[in-house]
Design a protein around this ligand. Structure first.
Ligand SMILES: [Zn+2]
Ligand SMILES: [Zn+2]
Ligand SMILES: [Zn+2]
Length: 324
């Protein structure tokens, strides 16, 4: 191993020097104020989103032009670009400010466990929705649910857990939060199935993860899940990960979308209405059958009103066969 030339921990190359440079750029209040001022001025559909130097300086409120110019210069070419009539955010700058705003919201939102008009797909009991530390938890009030809590997350009766930025709670009722979490997850998985990370557009590794010693009687002691297999996605660039049940995954395939549509159930479009989400669970059922465990090969059969369609997935979640 090559010895490090300085003692700075930032020289450890884990995220690349450009990433550490970006963190360094952001470690200054004036520079952050410049980014926020440019963002506040920007009009998404306007064609003139540049701010003149003097305007920008007065918005930021720095009296010393030399100092202000120095900081603006540091950002120029990274998060800010100079154009004919002033300065504006670059794509990277907009992404950065947006992610901060989406991730923090106007104030830190909370949602205590609240009953919504959804029944548990396993036992039919009432379902509660809760928001905590960036996650929407959907839990059954009666049964043990589908997942075990993992790590420090001890929610029992898990039916689903969704990542949702605080922005997703703004102005929404608990039912709408639940629906928004579904739509967001739907989009995330859709992009990941296609191999494109929804956060950074990097390449995604897909895996059909199976439990080798699965006990299908209730929730397995070995893996903690009710189902033997689960779909796992991981971005090779930004490490974003997502997992989904195979039952959820089955409903992305056009064969299954078409079957449901023929029976009056739209799996896409206006999906964010609670009644559509309810119908998806109430009217359809997906059975998972492992044709082989090593290598994994699973047939997912979706049934609606007695009609069925199936897709077969291999270990990379590629479709290897589809019903007629
Ligand atoms: Zn239940
Ligand atoms: Zn298991
Ligand atoms: Zn990524």
């Amino acid at each position: 191993m090559k010895p490090r030339e300085s003692e700075s921990p930032l020289d450890a190359p884990a995220a690349g020097t450009q990433a550490t440079e970006a963190f360094e750029l952001l470690s200054d209040e004036t520079r952050l104020a410049i980014l926020v001022a440019l963002w506040e001025h920007a009009d998404p559909f306007g064609d003139d989103d540049a701010v003149r130097f003097s305007d920008l300086q007065s918005r930021v409120g720095t009296a010393d032009s030399g100092q202000f110019n120095y900081h603006l210069d540091r950002l120029d070419g990274h998060f800010v670009e100079s154009v004919d009539d002033g300065y504006r955010l670059t794509n990277a700058g907009r992404k950065l400010v947006r992610s901060v705003i989406a991730g923090t919201g106007i104030e830190a939102p909370e949602l205590e466990p609240t009953r919504v008009d959804i029944s548990c797909t396993l036992c039919g009991a009432a379902v509660e929705v809760q928001y905590e530390r960036g996650q929407v938890y959907v839990s059954c009030t009666e049964c043990e649910g589908l997942w075990n809590g993992d790590g420090d997350d001890d929610h029992s009766g898990h039916l689903a857990k969704f990542s949702l930025d605080p922005a997703g709670l703004e102005g929404r009722s608990p039912e709408e939060i639940y629906a928004a979490a579904w739509v967001n997850t739907f989009q995330t998985i859709f992009s990941m199935i296609e191999g494109v990370c929804p956060t950074c557009t990097g390449q995604v590794e897909r895996e059909l993860a199976v439990c080798r010693d699965h006990d299908a009687d209730g929730r397995c002691e070995e893996c903690g899940h009710r189902s033997r297999g689960v779909a796992r996605f991981r971005c090779t660039v930004c490490k974003r990960t997502t997992r989904a049940t195979l039952g959820v995954l089955a409903k992305y395939h056009p064969r299954v979308v078409a079957l449901c549509y023929d029976h009056g159930l739209a799996l896409q479009y206006e999906f964010n209405e609670l009644s559509h989400i309810k119908a998806r669970f109430d009217r359809t059922n997906t059975d998972v059958e492992f044709r082989s465990v090593d290598p994994p090969r699973a047939r997912l059969t979706t049934t609606i009103d007695g009609d069925e369609a199936w897709v077969e997935l291999d270990e990379t979640l590629s479709v290897v066969a589809v019903s007629d």
